[in-house]
Write a protein that binds this ligand. Structure first.
Ligand code: NAP
Ligand code: F7E
Length: 343
């Protein structure tokens, strides 16, 4: 019989890749959908046509119990979050509710549907396995480089602090109730499906628009920030592998390669034969109240225990994103001209 998976955050970048991956592995997959007419539902349906949906919101405990109860999943992947770090300063409480308390609510839904009492210390056989989307933002002002599972946390934003709570409560439910609960400590991962507010996609989209003569300038914040950027398609394979082990544990996932925002800009502009210095301006208002300067992963545990390794290198990833945006912008421009009757 095929396994059943419930994925929160299914309309996001990772949710769409994970749904495709699990369907490809023969799973039945349900995506948790929030809101009465979520405009992103049809987009993910186009990408993964066999995907089913169930209503629910990480802010609403009862809706999560109902979703878990109706799907009866073997595996729950909690990818739902407000994931844009700068939004977490002006909307700190909301981000903490969704990204921190939302994890607790999902763990509680699983505990309740599994019939585990709060005094029970061993989960029954056939338990629901849980994946939590933790983040390298928990390391923040990093205590050591590269960062591994044991590196101390020093979050630099309300986003990072909420993710740290989600990480610890996941570990706590594993230790308290014997739940199979995993925290995937993932470093930045990107793709042509990345939201346009994140720096790599902001760059790839701007490069495409500049190349096609639709834009002149790209305003960015801190060009010196260094990240370990990988490809989202590689990282969802790791999420799945983490739930297939004998025992649950936490895993750092990244490439071990460091690049600055300036490197990302240079690679992307270079790909279309442009000099970034002619187009990029620094906008002080885009610099964050507290920055995470350098992140780099040590994924040795995942490589040894899961047999996982990334396949796409950073320059190839930026090229893939620029090419996808060139195609999309050209298509949208043609559509616009067609609708305006000028083509
Ligand atoms: P994303 O594209 O921003 O997607 C976020 C998803 O969360 C969307 O599907 C959104 O659904 C959903 N969501 C927001 N609020 C919700 C709520 N109240 N209840 C239920 N769902 C809600 O993020 P992503 O890049 O795919 O990242 C997936 C997860 O990994 C997130 O938890 C993120 O924090 C974490 N993470 C990401 C990275 C990375 O580099 N991408 C690295 C480490 C960790 P709507 O359609 O309803 O808005
Ligand atoms: O910023 C710098 C910015 O917004 C990367 C999320 O998926 O990964 C992501 O968080 C760096 C930062 O990602 C601009 O200051 C410069 O240093 O693409 P980003 P992020 O904040 O690292 C982690 C692992 C997550 O968990 C998050 O959910 O780029 N930067 N100029 C800029 N960033 C943006 N967005 N826009 C700029 O104009």
């Amino acid at each position: 019989m095929s396994k059943r998976a419930l994925v929160t955050g299914v309309t996001g970048q990772d949710g769409s890749y994970l749904a495709e991956h699990l369907l490809g592995q023969g799973y039945q997959v349900w995506g948790l959908i929030r809101g009465q007419a979520n405009p992103r539902k049809s987009r993910v349906s186009r990408l993964a046509s066999e995907l089913d949906f169930v209503d629910g919101d990480l802010m609403d405990q009862a809706s999560l119990v109902a979703a878990v109860d109706s799907v009866q999943p073997d595996e729950v992947y909690n990818l739902g979050a407000i994931s844009f770090v700068p939004l977490s300063w002006p909307q700190a409480e909301l981000v903490t509710e969704v990204n921190g308390m939302g994890v607790l609510r999902m763990l509680e839904a699983i505990r309740m549907v599994s019939g585990l009492s709060t005094s029970r210390t061993a989960a029954p056989d056939g338990q629901i396995r849980f994946y939590q989307a933790s983040s390298s933002e928990m390391f923040g002002k990093a205590a050591e480089t590269p960062q591994r599972e044991t590196t101390l946390f020093h979050p630099r934003s309300p986003y990072g602090a909420a993710k740290a709570y989600g990480h610890y409560i996941t570990r706590n439910y594993r230790e308290s109730f014997g739940m199979y609960a995993v925290s995937g400590m993932l470093f930045n991962h990107e793709s042509p499906r990345r939201g346009q507010e994140f720096v790599t996609r902001k760059i790839s989209l701007a490069v495409a628009r500049i190349k096609l003569g639709l834009q002149q300038e790209l305003a960015l914040g801190n060009l010196d920030a260094v990240r370990d950027w990988g490809y989202a398609g590689d990282y969802v394979r790791a999420m799945h592998l983490m739930l297939q082990q004998e025992e649950s544990d936490d895993y750092v996932i990244g490439t071990g390669q460091m690049h600055s925002v300036r490197d990302a800009v240079a690679i992307a502009f270079d790909h279309v034969g442009l000099d970034w210095r002619d187009h990029v301006v620094v906008a002080p208002e885009l610099v964050r109240p507290a920055e995470v300067e350098v992140l780099c992963a040590d994924s040795a545990r995942a490589q040894v225990r899961l047999g996982w390794k990334p396949e796409v290198e950073f320059p190839e990833l930026m090229h893939m994103m620029v090419d996808a945006d060139l195609e999309q912008v050209a298509r949208e421009t043609r559509m616009g001209e067609l609708l305006a009757g000028t083509w």
